[in-house]
Design a protein around this ligand. Sequence first.
Ligand code: ZN
Length: 176
Amino acid sequence: MSTLPIRVFGDPVLATPTRPVTEIDGRLANLVDSMIETMYDAPGVGLAANQVGINRRLFVYDKGEGPLVVINPVLVESTGTWVFEEGCLSIPGHSWEIERPNQVHVRGLDLEGHELDLQVDEFEGRILQHELDHLDGILLVERLDDEQRREAKRMLRQGVLRQRPDPDGLRQLLDE
Ligand code: ZN
């Protein structure tokens, strides 16, 4: 096992919706192992495959009770509202209070190909929604309200833009 480089804001792979996993095999299991190691090393509580440059619909997470993988997740239903401070390994050093639905119902598959039926709320529900967004090519900054977005633009221009040689994706998003 080894850790994988985490792609950061501005990388086009993060803005690209992922394709479904078609085969659950040993290669996928190896990827999942590396993603879990990468998530703990970061450290973080969730990691989507496209955050390590793999365009496949799966993510790993740990709400504090051990690692789980969800393959080809689908959001069945979400209800309620909950505000929670949220960060992202692909936007290191930043976090924002974000309102999202509280209860979510997500279906997917585990590494054995068995169906997962997750009906969760609060922290775990938040992780699932954040990772589902990643797999749909949506980053945290797209969930900010207008005021947060203005502040984020300022911070990210000063931070990420300076570090990245080719921040076209970021510029596009910030200028839209
Ligand atoms: Zn994230």
